[in-house]
Design a protein around this ligand. Structure first.
Ligand SMILES: [Zn+2]
Length: 84
């Protein structure tokens, strides 16, 4: 994963996603990644990605936050998690 991607923070409502460059998969360098927008991103808005597996997307807030805490060591304070 590229150093830039390692700096992206998690959000439970991310505005970006990291994908492999499938057009040149044979030449894919593990130090390269493509960051794609999932929604409109305003200038200077923080890019955020989803850290968990897709299966975690359907968990309720408490279980999702618990998974993030156990897997990544932080309590998520994104808008989704703090809106309730
Ligand atoms: Zn969250």
């Amino acid at each position: 994963m590229s150093p830039l991607c390692n700096r992206l923070n998690h959000s439970c409502d991310p505005n970006a996603s990291i994908v492999a460059n499938t057009t040149s998969f044979k030449k894919f360098n593990k130090n390269e990644a493509i960051c794609v927008a999932l929604k409109s991103i305003k200038k200077a808005e923080e890019l955020t990605i989803w850290y968990l597996s897709k299966s975690h997307a359907f968990l309720d807030t408490e279980k999702r936050r618990s998974a993030l805490l156990s897997c990544y060591g932080f309590l998520c304070l994104c808008k989704n998690c703090t809106a309730e």
